[in-house]
Design a binder for this molecule. Structure first.
Ligand code: IVH
Length: 695
C-alpha cells in the first residue's frame, strides 16, 4: 500500500472505530461483531506500525473506548454533565491486549520468558463479558464505584452499585484501610432473557447481548431499578500500588476472605502447555456457565514481575486476553419480512437459507429496525453472518462483501405498511418506522388482542390461530368483543368442540379476578410495560382517577417520564378507548385497586430469596408470592441471601454457591409449610400446554 492510500485507510479506520466505540460503550447497541471490531483494530495497528508518521495520540489503538455518558470538560472538571458525576481514577483503568490466535499467546509467553530474569508463573482466568467497574473500599465500607469511562475519568455509579446484591457494603476480616478493586458487572443469562422478553413485549429494542444489557442497566438513573435487573459482580484485579502482596493470586484470595466476590475458576499455570490446557477446557466448559465469557485472560502472577514488565499507553504488558470466536455461520438472505407489531412498529426480519449454528438450524434473524438495516448496508441477495452468543435469538452481525454480486441493489425499506398499505411514519428521534393506522391495520388489531390474552396479561387460553379465526369472522375486533362470545356460537366454528369452548370461556371468566395493574398492562398502552402499569395503578388506585389525570399528574408517578405520560394521556383521551374500557368494566374486569384483595402478609419480611428450577406454579407467580408476603426476590446467591427456594432441576451453580456460603436450600413444600403459605387456586399452573391452539 502506498503512503497516500495508507493515510486514507488510517483516517477511515479511525472514524469507523470511533463510531463503533460509541455504539458499543455509550449506546450499548453494537452493530458489528466483536470479531469484526478486533479485526479492524488490528488492521489499524498494523498500518500505524508500517506508517508511524500517521499515528496520532487520539487513535483508537492508543486510547480505550469511552463509556462516559457525557464528555469530560476541557480541564477534566469531574462534574461536567450527563446523569453521572465524572471522577478521576486514582490509577488509569486500562484495557487488555487481545488475540484470537494461540500462536500469539505463545509469543506473549516467549516474550515474558525473555524479559524476566526471575522465575514466574501465570494466573489464568475467565474473561468475563460484562462492563468494567472500579470499587473503592474505605475502612471496610463500600465508598465509591466508578465505571471505566475513558480510562482516566469514570462515571460515579456508587448508588447504583449499592443495589447489586453480591457486592458487599461492608467487609470483614483483615482488609487494608483503603484499597481499590476492579472487576466486571455481569448480567446472567436468565436475567438477560427476562429483561429482553419484557422489552420485546413493550416494543422496546432488546439488548444485543448480556454485556450491553449489563452496561445499560448499570447506567440507569433509578438505583432501585438497577437492583431489579439481576446484575452480579465478579472482581479480578487489585491495582498493585494499593496492596502489599507477592502475587496476584494471593491478593484475590485475601479479597475473597474479606467477603468480596471472586471467581474460583482461576488456575496457576507454569508454562504454555498448561495455559493451552486451560484454554481448551474453558472453550467448551464455558457454555455451561450461567453468564457470558468471551475468552480467558493470562496474567503474570508475581507482582514484582508485573512491575518489571509495566504498561503500554493502553494495556499492561503483563497480561493478554485470548478471545473465543463466537460461533458464526455464513448464509444468504432469501427475503425480508416486515413485521407489524401491536403498536404499529415495523421490524425487519431476514429469512435465511437454513444453516447449522451451535447445534440448531437457523432460518430467521431479526434486523431490529430500519437504522440497523441501513448500518449493515444490506443489499438484495447478500450473504450474511449470523452469530449466536449466549443469547437465545440469533443475530445478523455483518455482510460478506466478497459474495455480493456486482449490480446488487440496496434492500429498500418499505414506504407503506406491508399489512394495510398506509404510508409509514418515522419520528426524528425514533429508530423504528410506524404504521399510523392504529384502528384499521389488521396486524395491529390482532396484535393488541394477542397481547391482551397473553399469559403475563389476562392469561386467556387461546393461541394466535384462534385470534386469526375470530378476527377473520368479524367476531372479535377488540378485547371487549371476547366477552360477548358464547359457547353455542363458538361450537359452530371450525375446530371447536364443547370442551375447548368451555375451557376458553372458563379462562375468560377467570380474568375477572385479574388485578387492576395487569388489566392496565393488558390494554397495551404504548410504553406501558408491566412495571409501569404497576406503578400507575398503585399511584391512582382506579381508572376514574387515572382518566382524570393530566400529563403533569402522570409525571408524578415513579419511573414515568414525558413520553410515557403523554402516551397514557393520549390513550385515555381517545373516546374509542373510553368505550372499550367501559365495556370491559361492564363485563366485570377490575379497574380499581380496592376491588383487589390486599397484599397477603409480611411473613417473608426481611428475607432475601433466590428461586431456581421449576415449581408447581410459574416462576413469576412464585416470585409474586414472595413479594406479596413481604420478601425480596434476588437473582443471584450471595452472603446476604436468606435461602434458596429450589424447585425441580435447580441450577447447579446456585446450589454449589449455597453450599460454599452455607446458605440453606428449601424445597417448595418445605417453604410453603414453614411460612404457612397457601397457593391461590386462581394462580396459573406453569404448563405450556395451557396456551391452547385450536388448529
Ligand atoms: S484484568 C489492567 N481480568 O476485559 C487490566 N480484565 O477487554 C486489568 N475483563 O478492561 C484487567 N475479565 O474489563 C482482567 N479476568 C479478567 C477480566 C478482565 C474481563 C475485561 C476488563 C478489561 C477488558 C479488556
Amino acid at each position: 500500500m502506498d503512503r497516500a492510500a495508507a493515510e486514507h485507510r488510517i483516517t477511515e479506520l479511525k472514524a469507523i472505530l470511533w463510531e463503533n466505540n460509541r455504539r458499543y460503550y455509550v449506546d450499548n447497541a453494537p452493530v458489528i461483531s466483536d470479531f469484526e471490531y478486533d479485526r479492524l483494530m488490528r488492521e489499524l495497528e498494523d498500518l500505524e506500525k508500517e506508517f508511524p508518521e500517521f499515528q496520532t495520540a487520539d487513535s483508537p489503538t492508543r486510547k480505550v473506548g469511552s463509556d462516559l455518558d457525557a464528555p469530560v470538560g476541557e480541564n477534566a472538571e469531574p462534574d461536567s454533565g450527563g446523569n453521572f458525576v465524572k471522577r478521576a481514577h486514582r490509577y488509569p483503568m486500562l484495557s487488555l491486549g487481545n488475540t484470537y490466535s494461540i500462536a500469539e499467546i505463545e509469543e506473549f509467553s516467549a516474550r515474558a520468558d525473555k524479559s524476566l530474569d526471575t522465575a514466574f508463573t501465570y494466573c489464568c482466568e475467565l474473561k468475563f463479558d460484562g462492563t468494567a467497574i472500579c470499587l473503592t473500599y474505605r475502612d471496610g465500607k463500600l465508598y465509591r464505584a466508578l465505571t471505566r469511562g475513558d480510562g482516566v475519568n469514570g462515571d460515579d455509579v456508587t448508588e447504583n452499585v449499592r443495589h447489586i446484591s453480591n457486592i458487599p457494603q461492608i467487609l470483614h476480616g483483615d482488609f487494608p484501610p483503603e484499597f481499590e478493586i476492579r472487576g466486571e458487572i455481569l448480567m446472567p443469562y436468565d436475567a438477560f432473557d427476562k429483561l429482553n422478553r419484557f422489552r420485546e413485549d413493550n416494543d422496546e429494542a432488546p439488548f444485543a447481548n448480556p454485556r450491553n444489557a449489563a452496561s445499560g442497566s448499570l447506567k440507569l438513573v433509578n438505583p432501585e431499578e438497577v437492583g431489579r435487573r439481576g446484575l452480579m459482580c465478579t472482581l479480578y484485579h487489585i491495582p498493585a500500588q494499593s496492596i502489599a502482596f507477592d502475587t496476584h493470586d494471593e491478593a484475590l484470595k485475601a479479597a475473597q476472605s474479606w467477603g468480596l466476590p471472586i471467581s474460583d475458576e482461576r488456575r496457576i499455570c507454569r508454562d504454555i502447555n498448561e495455559i493451552k490446557a486451560y484454554i481448551d477446557y474453558w472453550d467448551k466448559a464455558r457454555k455451561t456457565l450461567p453468564f457470558a465469557t468471551d475468552g480467558i485472560v493470562i496474567k503474570i502472577n508475581e507482582l514484582s514481575s508485573q512491575r518489571a514488565l509495566g504498561y503500554t499507553s493502553k494495556s499492561p504488558r503483563w497480561a493478554v486476553a485470548y478471545k473465543f470466536k463466537a460461533e458464526q455461520a455464513l448464509t444468504p438472505i432469501l427475503g425480508i419480512d416486515y413485521q407489524v407489531g401491536r403498536t404499529g412498529a415495523i421490524t425487519p426480519v431476514a429469512n435465511l437459507a437454513p444453516v447449522q449454528l451451535s447445534g440448531t438450524v437457523v432460518k430467521r434473524a431479526t434486523l431490529v429496525n430500519e437504522d440497523q438495516m441501513r448500518m449493515l448496508d444490506i443489499h438484495i441477495g447478500d450473504w450474511v453472518y449470523v452469530e449466536k452468543g449466549g443469547e437465545i435469538s440469533p443475530k445478523l452481525t455483518g455482510v460478506e462483501p466478497s459474495k455480493r454480486s456486482s449490480g446488487a441493489l440496496p434492500q429498500p425499506f418499505p414506504d407503506v405498511c406491508p399489512d394495510c398499505g398506509t404510508p409509514l411514519v418515522r419520528a426524528e428521534d425514533e429508530a423504528k418506522a410506524f404504521c399510523p393506522n392504529q384502528d384499521g391495520c389488521p396486524m395491529q388489531i390482532k396484535g393488541r388482542i394477542i397481547h391482551f390474552m397473553s399469559r403475563r396479561a389476562m392469561n386467556i387460553l387461546a393461541g394466535e390461530a384462534t385470534v386469526e379465526q375470530l378476527y377473520s369472522l368479524d367476531m372479535v375486533k377488540t378485547p371487549a368483543d371476547l366477552y360477548d362470545l358464547t359457547k353455542g356460537r363458538l361450537m359452530t366454528l371450525e375446530g371447536w368442540k364443547e370442551r375447548s369452548a368451555e375451557r376458553f370461556l372458563d379462562s375468560l371468566q377467570a380474568t375477572k379476578s385479574v388485578s387492576f395493574e395487569r388489566v392496565l398492562y393488558a390494554l397495551g398502552i404504548r410504553y406501558v410495560g408491566e412495571q409501569t402499569a404497576r406503578e400507575i395503578a398503585r399511584h391512582f388506585g382506579d381508572i376514574d382517577a387515572l382518566a382524570a389525570a393530566s400529563v403533569e399528574d402522570l409525571l408524578q408517578v415513579r419511573d414515568v417520564g414525558e413520553v410515557i405520560a403523554q402516551s397514557v394521556f393520549n390513550y385515555l383521551a381517545d373516546a374509542r378507548h373510553s368505550i372499550e374500557i367501559q365495556r370491559l368494566r361492564a363485563h366485570g374486569l377490575k379497574f380499581s385497586i380496592e376491588e383487589q384483595a390486599s397484599p397477603v402478609s409480611d411473613k417473608l419480611a426481611g428475607k432475601s430469596i433466590v428461586i431456581s428450577g421449576n415449581f408447581s406454579i410459574s416462576r413469576d407467580d412464585m416470585k409474586k408470592i414472595i413479594s406479596d408476603n413481604g420478601g425480596r426476590n434476588s437473582s443471584s446467591v450471595s452472603g446476604s441471601t436468606s435461602f434458596l427456594l429450589a424447585g425441580s432441576k435447580p441450577g447447579p451453580e446456585k446450589l454449589r454457591k449455597c453450599e460454599s456460603l452455607g446458605i440453606p436450600v428449601k424445597s417448595e413444600e418445605e417453604f410453603l409449610q414453614e411460612f404457612g403459605i397457601i397457593i391461590d387456586a386462581g394462580i396459573s399452573k406453569d404448563n405450556e400446554e395451557q396456551q391452547l391452539t385450536l388448529f
